[in-house]
Unconditional design. Structure first.
Length: 443
């Protein structure tokens, strides 16, 4: 019977062989480190025995967008912009009025994919001034929110938005706000130091051709970063459990809420605010892919277990990096799951919650209200195991806010008799009673 390590090796080797990938580095991550990692093939085919390592840079390309998105959300949390602001509120020289920051983050602006001009033929990219001028000439190919339509052009303008609001270049903002606090020392604009060579492997020969390294200029915020497996492991850890110094946990969770479906045929993928959301069985993986000449990469994290899958490949045409990374990490979650914390007794039940525990009924449905670790929770008796309980926080005497689960955001109001006994509750205005009643029967 294969061990987990043997199976992961087999998956990665199969992808490298069938995809004819000169070299790859793959890993499964938890808590900022690797539970498994392996380099296969060659970092440079002229030195075939030297495999890629966790400290070799690859161009992570559009994974860069997740960093730019976090910068935007930092500025939002600081009150310097709103997601519903239009781009021209902060960049008055741009046209296409009505394009919002939220639309840009979710790729639903309807604007064309690439900068004006055949940049992937000429390999010459615009500077900041040319980017904004070209943005004004860009075609709107769909109505906003009509479809998910990926746009490197729009995300590059988000980089200019960050620079304009933060008063320094996008790169300076990124380094100060994210890379330095997370100690991602080997993440740079373009390769720097030890880096793999990127190749194109022709379909009818097995002789790799060296690909050029492009100067993305003003497109750097959408795809310009080079990074290492070690650094991207730190990024996966951050996505799973954000460092408050960098971004609030609630904000990262907001970024992972679906804004639009990517896979309209099977609904297996969606896009949040800067992050791809991919379904695999019972799990949702959060991350991004990246592609540049000679480099295909993917990093996806299962936030609930803190497990990430990472693949870095030094070839232009490669196996699907999202499917590859998720297959590796899925296997670990399934066969080497994170162990639960031991059960521990909670503190004494607060006096105002003591009368709320037990079975209650609303709309004919039985709910179990309980107190765990001093917090009030509610759970429908028939709720599937994978669904979260509702959790409440006190906001006033006998008034509680639902902060998780069913009716998230709604109020629970408690009504008591003169002796303090709870007679009823109203949850999102619906009547909650000890005995089941039909609508109107309580009156």
């Amino acid at each position: 019977m294969e061990t987990t390590t043997q199976r992961l090796h087999r998956i990665a080797l199969d992808k490298q062989v069938k995809g004819r990938v000169p070299g790859l580095f793959a890993g499964v991550l938890r808590a900022g480190g690797f539970v498994w990692q392996e380099g296969i093939g060659s970092a440079d085919v002229t030195v075939p025995q030297v495999r890629p390592t966790a400290d070799d840079q690859f161009l992570v390309a559009s994974n860069t967008k997740t960093f730019t998105a976090v910068l935007v959300m930092q500025l939002r949390d600081e009150g310097k912009l709103s997601l519903d602001d239009t781009l021209d509120q902060h960049l008055p020289e741009v046209a296409h009025g009505g394009v919002t920051v939220r639309q840009a983050l979710a790729h639903v602006t309807g604007l064309q994919r690439e900068p004006v001009g055949d940049v992937w033929e000429t390999l010459v990219n615009p500077d900041r001034e040319q980017l904004l001028a070209g943005f004004n000439d860009a075609e709107r190919v769909h109505r906003p929110h009509q479809y998910f339509h990926y746009s490197n052009l729009v995300f590059s303008v988000l980089g200019e938005l960050v620079a304009r609001i933060d008063g320094r270049s996008w790169w300076e903002s990124l380094r100060a706000r994210i890379l330095d606090p997370l100690e991602m020392r080997r993440t740079t604009v373009g390769p720097s130091g030890s880096a793999v060579t990127g190749y194109y492997v022709p379909p009818h020969t097995d002789v790799p051709v060296v690909e050029p390294v492009l100067d993305l200029k003003a497109l750097a915020p959408c795809g310009g970063l080079a990074s290492t497996a070690d650094d991207m492991a730190r990024w996966s850890s951050f996505v799973a459990s954000p460092v408050e110094e960098v971004l609030a946990a609630d904000t990262l969770a907001e970024m992972c809420e679906p804004q639009i479906v990517i896979d309209r045929e099977r609904w297996a993928g969606a896009f949040g605010l800067g992050f791809m959301l991919i379904r695999s069985g019972r799990r949702t993986w959060v991350g991004h892919t990246g592609g540049m000449p000679g480099h295909i990469t993917g990093l996806f994290t299962h936030r609930e277990s803190g497990t990430g899958g990472l693949v870095l490949m030094n070839t232009t045409s490669a196996p699907d990096p999202a499917a590859f990374a998720i297959e590796l990490a899925d296997h670990v979650v399934e066969h080497d799951p994170v162990l639960p914390e031991p059960w521990r007794p909670g503190p004494p039940v607060p006096e105002d919650l003591a009368g709320l525990t037990g079975v209650w009924y609303s709309e004919g449905v039985p709910f179990v209200f309980s107190v765990k670790q001093g917090r009030l929770e509610a759970r429908a008796q028939a709720l599937p195991e994978h669904k979260p309980s509702s959790v409440f926080e006190k906001v006033d005497t006998d008034v509680y806010r639902t902060v998780a689960g069913r009716e998230h955001g709604e109020l629970l109001r408690v009504t008591r008799a003169a002796d303090g006994t709870v007679t009823k509750m109203n949850w999102a205005t619906y009547l909650v009673t000890r005995e089941p009643f039909a609508f109107g029967q309580w009156l």
